[in-house]
Each structure stands twice: as C-alpha cells, then as structure tokens.
Design a protein around this ligand. Structure first.
Ligand code: HEC
Length: 134
C-alpha cells in the first residue's frame, strides 16, 4: 500500500500540472493519453499496481484474473461512477479513453474477455448513471 500511496503522490502532482488544470472556461481539460495501456499505467496502476494485482492489504481489489470483468458494463460503471474508495473518472477521461482502458484490463492481466468495448457503451452507461442520479 505504501507504494500505491507514493504513486498517488505522483498522480496528485500530475493533477497540479497545467495539462490537467481547468481551462479558462471552467471545463476540465482531459488527459492526453493515447491508448488503454497508457491510461492504465498513468491512472489505474497508482492503486491497482503494475500487474493489476491490487494492494497487498486487499483494500484495492486485483483486476488480474477477475471474473467481475466478464460483463464490460460493470468495470465501465465503476470507472464512470466511482465505488467505495475508488474515485470516478468521468471528468478526467474521455468516453473513448474509458472504453480503451476497460478493453485493456479485460484482455490483459490473465483476463480474456475479447468482446470489444466501445465509446457508445461508455456513453450508454454514462446516460444511465445520470438518469439514476436525477
Ligand atoms: C485512488 C485509487 C484507485 C484508482 C486510481 C483506481 N482504482 Fe479501481 N478501485 C479502487 C478501490 C479502492 C476499489 C474497490 C472499491 C470498492 O470498495 O468496491 C476499486 C475497484 C475497481 C473495480 C471493481 C473490482 C471488483 O472486483 O469489484 C474496477 C473494475 C476498477 N477498480 C477499475 C479501475 C480502473 C480501470 C482504473 C483506472 C481508470 C481504476 N480502477 C483506478 C481504487 C482505485
């Protein structure tokens, strides 16, 4: 967990850089991360760790070999809405980046759920989350 916390420090430092700062119009500027692997390494690995093994004390679950990733809707929902100690990333990541990172974790780390995850899936779930919060 210590390592995860250290990495979180890095994440916080990143958050303070202009790339992530609010634009003058107040709209958050999205991170420029080209693919799911980069999103995983720069964002998710801070807590879930490099091999998606989760934290040794179990507070951050492993994404490796995780049967809960079988339906893409579940990880998309967790990433868009947050859950327990996990923040939501709907403001930091674009729908395309969420689709890419969910696709990445579902096909790596001893997971082999090959059905593709699309931006449209993410937008559908974002709409359902919005509707449930109204
Ligand atoms: C600040 C730490 C942190 C970051 C960063 C983070 N997570 Fe999490 N994640 C957690 C915690 C803590 C949980 C457990 C939440 C709970 O209480 O159910 C979790 C749970 C999950 C789950 C549910 C796992 C299960 O077995 O139920 C998924 C899927 C997930 N995270 C994916 C991601 C992805 C993809 C990213 C990167 C976009 C990410 N997480 C970034 C801390 C984090």
């Amino acid at each position: 967990m210590r390592r995860a916390l250290l990495r979180l420090g890095v994440l916080a430092a990143l958050a303070a850089t202009p790339a992530l700062a609010d634009s003058p119009g107040g709209r958050p500027v999205k991170l420029a991360l080209p693919d799911g692997e980069q999103v995983y390494k720069q964002v998710c690995a801070a807590c879930h760790l490099d091999h998606a093994q989760g934290s040794p004390d179990g507070t951050v679950p492993a994404l490796a070999h995780n049967a809960k990733l079988a339906s893409a809707d579940y990880p998309i929902t967790v990433v868009m809405k947050g859950q327990g100690g996990m923040p939501w990333f709907s403001e930091m990541l674009t729908p395309g980046q969420v689709a890419a990172v969910v696709g990445y974790v579902r096909t790596h780390f001893d997971n082999s759920y090959a059905d593709p995850v699309s931006e449209a899936d993410v937008k559908r779930i974002a709409a359902a989350i919005r509707a449930s919060e109204e």
